[in-house]
Write a protein that binds this ligand. Structure first.
Ligand SMILES: NC(=O)c1ccc[n+]([C@@H]2O[C@H](COP(=O)([O-])OP(=O)(O)OC[C@H]3O[C@@H](n4cnc5c(N)ncnc54)[C@H](OP(=O)(O)O)[C@@H]3O)[C@@H](O)[C@H]2O)c1
Length: 350
C-alpha cells in the first residue's frame, strides 16, 4: 500500500451533488482530493471537468475500495443511501486505518456506524457519521447551548427551510429509508407516531411563526450518543416537506458561481438542564452546499489534532462546539448563542 499522505483525501460519491461541493471545499483548503465512485464514465467526466485524480470502486468490491483509498489519510463518504454504502466503506477505512466521515441523514445507518466505536479506537482513527446539515450541525448547536454538559432535561431542535428542491440521492434515500424514526420522551426512546404531531414553532426572523411536524433525522441518534437526554424532540416546518412530497419539485439550481441554490435554512436548538437554559441558532444558505464546510472543517480538525481522540464520535463530542461553529462564519453560517441560569436574564455569548 502507498504511504498515506495527510493532504490526500478520498471522496466517495465524488460526482454526486454533495460530493462536488466537498471536492471544491477540500481544494480550497489545500487538500488533494481523490475522487472515488462506482461509475467509471461519471468519474471520467469529473476528471475532465475538474482535473481531479479518480479511482473506480463499487461498494461491493472490497479489493477495489482498498486500492481506491490507498495512500489517503481519510475517506469522506458522500454516496447514499448510506444503508447501502456506510458499512462497506467504513470496513475499508478501518482496514486502511484512515479516518472516516460521512453525511448520512438516516438514523439506522448512523446508529450502525456509531456502534463501531471499539473498532475505530482499536484502529486509532476517528469515525464521524452525519457530519452534515442534518445531524452534525444540530449536534454542535446542542453541545454549544449546553456549554459542555453531558446531560439535559429537554432538547428541542427545530429546522426551518424556505423550500426544498431535493437531489436524486435525497429522493432515493427517502424512499428506501423505511426504518422507524426515534425520539425521546420522559427518558424513553420511542418511535415517531403516525401521523406525527404538529405544533406551532416560533423561529427567529426571518422565519417567524411556522407550523412544524415532529420529524427526527440523524441528530436524534448523534445527540444521545454523548448527551443523556430526558426529552429530545426535532421539528421541521411544513413547506419543505410539501416540496419533497411533490414529484414535480425540481432538483436544486445554482444561483451563484459557488453552485449554491437560493434555499435559506435555520436550525434552532433550545436546551434545558435544571436552571440552565440555552439556545443556539444557525442560519445560512443551501443545506447541500453547507455540508461541505461542515465536513471539511471536521476533517481539518481531526488531522491537525483538534479532536477529542479516536473512536466513533458525534460532532459535538469530537470538537469544541463553540469554536467549530465560529469557524463556519466564512461559509456564510450565522450562529447566535444565548444562555441563562435561574432568574438571570439570557446572556448573548456570540
Ligand atoms: N445529512 C445531510 O444533511 C445530507 C446533506 C447532503 C446529502 N446527504 C445525503 O447524501 C446522499 C447523497 O446526496 P446527493 O445530494 O449528493 O445525491 P446525488 O447527487 O444524487 O448523488 C448520489 C451519489 O451517491 C452515489 N451512490 C448511490 N448509491 C450508491 C451505491 N450503492 N454505491 C455507490 N455509490 C452510490 C451516486 O452514484 P451513482 O450516480 O453511480 O448512482 C452518486 O454519486 C443522500 O443520501 C443524501 O440524503 C445528507
Amino acid at each position: 500500500m502507498n504511504a498515506a499522505r495527510p493532504d490526500r483525501i478520498a471522496v466517495y460519491g465524488a460526482y454526486g451533488h454533495t460530493g462536488r461541493f466537498v471536492l471544491h471545499e477540500l481544494r480550497r483548503r489545500g487538500f488533494v482530493p481523490v475522487a472515488c465512485g462506482r461509475d467509471a464514465a461519471k468519474l471520467a467526466a469529473l476528471a475532465e471537468a475538474a482535473g481531479v485524480e479518480t479511482r473506480v470502486a463499487g461498494v461491493d468490491d472490497p479489493a477495489a475500495l482498498d486500492a481506491a483509498f490507498a495512500g489517503t489519510a481519510a475517506v469522506l463518504l458522500c454516496a447514499g443511501p448510506f444503508m447501502d454504502t456506510s458499512a462497506p466503506v467504513l470496513d475499508a477505512a478501518l482496514r486502511a486505518r484512515i479516518h472516516y466521515l460521512d453525511v448520512a441523514a438516516e438514523q439506522r445507518a448512523v446508529a450502525d456506524t456509531l456502534a463501531r466505536d471499539a473498532e475505530a479506537r482499536a484502529a486509532g482513527v476517528t469515525v464521524l457519521p452525519a457530519m452534515a446539515f442534518y445531524g452534525g450541525l444540530a449536534d454542535l448547536l446542542a453541545s454549544a447551548a449546553l456549554d459542555g454538559a453531558t446531560d439535559a432535561d429537554a432538547l428541542d431542535i427545530a429546522v426551518a427551510l424556505d423550500g426544498w428542491h431535493p437531489t436524486r440521492g435525497t429522493r432515493i434515500t427517502g424512499e428506501r429509508n423505511r426504518h422507524p424514526r426515534s425520539y425521546i420522551e420522559h427518558g424513553r426512546t420511542l418511535h415517531l407516531p403516525d401521523p406525527a404531531p404538529v405544533r406551532t414553532t416560533d423561529f427567529p426572523a426571518p422565519f417567524g411563526r411556522q407550523e412544524t411536524v415532529l420529524l427526527t433525522l440523524s441528530e436524534a441518534v448523534l445527540v444521545p450518543h454523548h448527551i443523556a437526554c430526558r426529552n429530545l424532540h426535532a421539528w421541521m416546518n411544513l413547506a419543505p416537506l410539501r416540496d419533497l412530497r411533490d414529484p414535480a419539485t425540481p432538483a436544486p439550481v445554482a444561483t451563484d458561481d459557488s453552485g449554491r441554490s437560493a434555499q435559506r435554512f435555520m436550525v434552532d436548538v433550545r436546551v434545558r438542564r435544571g436552571a440552565h437554559q440555552g439556545r443556539a441558532t444557525a442560519s445560512g444558505r443551501d443545506i447541500y452546499a453547507v455540508t461541505a464546510p461542515l465536513l471539511a472543517e471536521a476533517l481539518q480538525r481531526i488531522l491537525d489534532g483538534r479532536v477529542r481522540g479516536s473512536g466513533a464520535l458525534a460532532a459535538g463530542q469530537a470538537f469544541d462546539a463553540r469554536d467549530f461553529l465560529a469557524a463556519l462564519t466564512p461559509a456564510g453560517v450565522a450562529v447566535a448563542l444565548e444562555v441563562a441560569s435561574g432568574a438571570e436574564p439570557a446572556a448573548s455569548v456570540s
